[in-house]
Design a protein around this ligand. Structure first.
Ligand SMILES: [Zn+2]
Ligand SMILES: [Zn+2]
Length: 344
């Protein structure tokens, strides 16, 4: 039998939702879901393994152009004439040049052009000649952005074009933030889950320091990864359940103090999405509140504003969650505003 036939007979494909149920049943079954296949607006399928070797064409029913294979440690490889090989409790990938990923988390076919790692390069490009502000909207996936825009929760940002950008695996705050500030994948910067804090490479803050740009890094109530510029922390002083209003005030102060580079992290969308769900009224109200803050910032900032997210959030039984290989977690909006106009 040909390799293709063996694969067709032996690969057990289960629908994505069934895969998720399995996963919730317990640790034992977790590794059965060895690999997820997505594109930038849907979860296509999960593949549980019984297989020897198979190619992507064996298991994806529709035509596709580019594809990226992504590993459990955040490795990213362009798919090129490679095959997948089930070994033990994981699926590996080897391409025709012998380049491999030992434990594949998933594959994204027809990925967006953009990546959250573009943030580093865009900041670096603009900061040479002008002021730059980066607003990190934690847990603001593209699907939430779209829903908010269509339902009146983005009265300000709806006026601007948002591109789709791919986050990193795992789509959690540490890994997403590290990718944004270093322009590198988790494989390169060493931060691939919630557990790591030490960057293996320099961040954009080092660049800003070297260029003698006065810099403010404005965080919520805790530091996420260790950076060359210490974050200014903001506690929920008025006890409204969110640090966003305090972060907003800190941004206004940082503008008034004449900073040339401001990096600020709004946590509220993620918090509300965890508690109530990514498309809940509470999460949408958070998005609307932060939209109003951005409306307050853009006219008084003499420079470029870049807005993106570390990851999105998917619906879960008791609200929302992230950290899985799914489009809701991995696809985020990416917006550049230069003095009120969109930058393409
Ligand atoms: Zn986050
Ligand atoms: Zn979260």
């Amino acid at each position: 039998m040909t390799r293709r036939l063996i694969a067709v007979f032996s690969v057990l494909i289960i629908v994505f939702s069934a895969g998720c149920q399995l996963k919730e049943e317990g640790e034992e079954n977790e590794r059965d879901i060895a690999m997820n296949i997505i594109d930038s607006n849907s979860n296509i399928k999960s593949i549980a393994l019984q297989a020897e070797e198979f190619t992507l064409q064996d298991v994806v029913d529709k035509p596709f152009g580019k594809a990226l294979v992504i590993g459990q440690l955040g490795e990213v490889r362009a798919f090129k004439e490679g095959y997948f090989n089930a070994k033990g409790d994981s699926i590996g990938y080897v391409d025709k040049d012998g380049d491999e990923i030992k434990d594949v988390a998933g594959v994204i076919i027809d990925p967006p052009e953009g990546s959250i790692t573009d943030s580093y390069y865009d900041i670096k490009k603009y900061i040479e000649n002008e002021n730059v502000m980066f607003l990190l909207l934690d847990g603001f996936g593209y699907h939430q952005y779209e829903y908010a825009r269509e339902n009146g929760f983005l009265p300000f940002l709806k006026n601007y074009e948002a591109r789709k950008a791919l986050s990193v695996y795992k789509p959690v705050t540490n890994a997403g933030l590290a990718a944004i500030i270093t322009g590198t994948t988790p494989e390169e910067n060493g931060i691939y889950s919630r557990k790591q804090r030490e960057l293996k490479v320099d961040s954009i803050f080092k660049q800003a320091l070297e260029l003698n740009k006065s810099t403010a890094y404005i965080e919520g109530n805790i530091g996420i990864v260790n950076t060359e510029v210490q974050p200014v922390l903001n506690l929920d002083e008025n006890k409204d359940g969110y640090t966003d209003d305090e972060v907003y005030k800190s941004i206004i102060k940082a503008i008034e103090d004449g900073n040339e580079f401001i990096f600020a992290h709004f946590h509220g969308i993620d918090d509300a999405a965890h508690s109530y769900g990514p498309l809940s009224d509470e999460a949408m109200e958070r998005i609307k509140t932060i939209d109003s803050y951005i409306e307050g910032i853009v006219p008084i900032w003499d420079g470029v504003v870049i807005i993106s997210a570390d990851h999105g959030v998917h619906s879960a039984e008791d609200g929302g969650d992230h950290g899985e290989f799914r489009y809701e977690d991995l696809i985020v909006p990416y917006i550049i505003i230069n003095r009120g106009s969109n930058v393409e």
